[in-house]
Write a protein that binds this ligand. Structure first.
Ligand code: ATP
Ligand code: MG
Length: 314
């Protein structure tokens, strides 16, 4: 089976226990939970039985160990996770507003995560990799962008494919070189996985239909737009498929997009048609939002089948 690999931040997440809680006063917190968009993604891939690995850096501390142990337990190859001496594992502190929006305090740029460099990527590390996933959130420095490009080029040269989830902070796109680098990655992408508004982020077109046409025109083969509780839509050169979300009681939205993307990519690699892959991906998103903790809602096929069966009985 094709091995899926990704690169980027491995974090712990520590969250407020009460909606409306802020970090401007003391309050009860919950965590640490394993987190980081690429880490959640690759954990979900492994839960579906696909060979999976991640390239990243953690500190020489318990936050790093917590992540490595969870990823290993779930079947992820952790041999390309580097433990950086005297560095601290990245973290994210999260509060939830009354309207469901989240506010984050990140410690990523000054954490072990920023040690990632081109020396961590070579043909040996990427041996057997037939699918490489890029998370926009990981591309916070030119050094990491260059490292990611190197990985993409190696995987493409060995006949592999690339998926790209552009969960990029908008401020980053104001830097012209950053925008150019992200466009470069988009042009090498086979499967593009934006959420709602992100579909136009790297396109000239201002509306979804125009952006989809433009991006497919760049050579991107499949686009899947994530729409939160409204489900998702698949586009390729010949068709559009819409799929409703599964009913879910949302207790923590973090990680839904990562679990969704991982499940879509894995299902396609395992030969499922787009509509079936979309259904499973929606189920993975629903499972993710139903659990507190970004990586706590990753699910195997048995759990996804049960969710789909439950929703069709309603
Ligand atoms: P993230 O917040 O992790 O970046 P995202 O914005 O990339 O997520 P979303 O669109 O929020 O992605 O969620 C991905 C998928 O998860 C959706 O397409 C949907 O299938 C499922 N999902 C998300 N929220 C809900 C919900 N409240 N109920 C049911 N399914 C949901
Ligand atoms: Mg979301």
């Amino acid at each position: 089976m094709s091995k899926v690999m990704t690169i980027g931040e491995i974090l712990v997440e520590i969250m407020a226990t009460r909606r409306g809680q802020t970090f401007r006063e003391p309050g009860l917190l919950r965590g640490p939970y394993p987190s980081g968009a690429p880490a959640i993604f690759i954990d979900q891939v492994a839960r579906l039985g696909q060979p999976a690995g991640i390239i990243g850096c953690v500190g020489d501390d318990d936050f790093g160990l917590l992540n490595i142990e969870r990823l290993k337990r779930d079947g992820v190859d952790t041999s390309a996770i580097h433990v950086v001496k005297q560095a601290t594992t990245g973290s994210a502190f999260v509060t939830y507003r009354e309207d469901g929006e989240r506010d984050f305090v990140f410690n990523i740029v000054n954490s072990a995560c920023s040690n990632l460099n081109a020396g961590h990527v070579d043909a040996k590390v990427l041996k057997d990799c037939r699918h490489f996933h890029v998370m926009g959130s990981s591309l916070f420095s030119f050094r990491i962008i260059d490292t990611t490009k190197k990985a993409i080029e190696i995987v493409k040269a060995q006949g592999g494919a690339v998926s790209f989830d552009p969960n990029i902070r908008k401020e980053m796109l104001r830097i012209p070189e950053m925008r150019a680098a992200l466009r470069f990655i988009l042009e090498l992408t086979d499967v593009f996985l934006p959420s709602g508004h992100e579909v136009t982020l790297l396109a000239d077109a201002a509306d979804e239909a125009g952006a989809v046409r433009e991006i497919l025109g760049l050579g991107v083969k499949e686009i899947v737009v994530k729409r939160g509780a409204s489900g998702s839509t698949y586009f390729d050169a010949t068709q559009r498929v819409d799929a409703e979300a599964l009913p879910a009681h949302e207790v923590d939205p973090t990680g839904a997009g990562d679990c969704f993307g991982a499940t879509f990519v894995t299902c396609r690699l395992q030969g499922h048609a787009p509509d079936r892959a979309l259904r499973y991906a929606n189920a993975a998103g629903a499972a993710a939002v139903s659990q507190v903790g970004p990586m706590e809602g990753t699910a195997d096929f048995a759990a996804l089948d049960a969710l789909v069966a439950q929703s069709t009985q309603r």
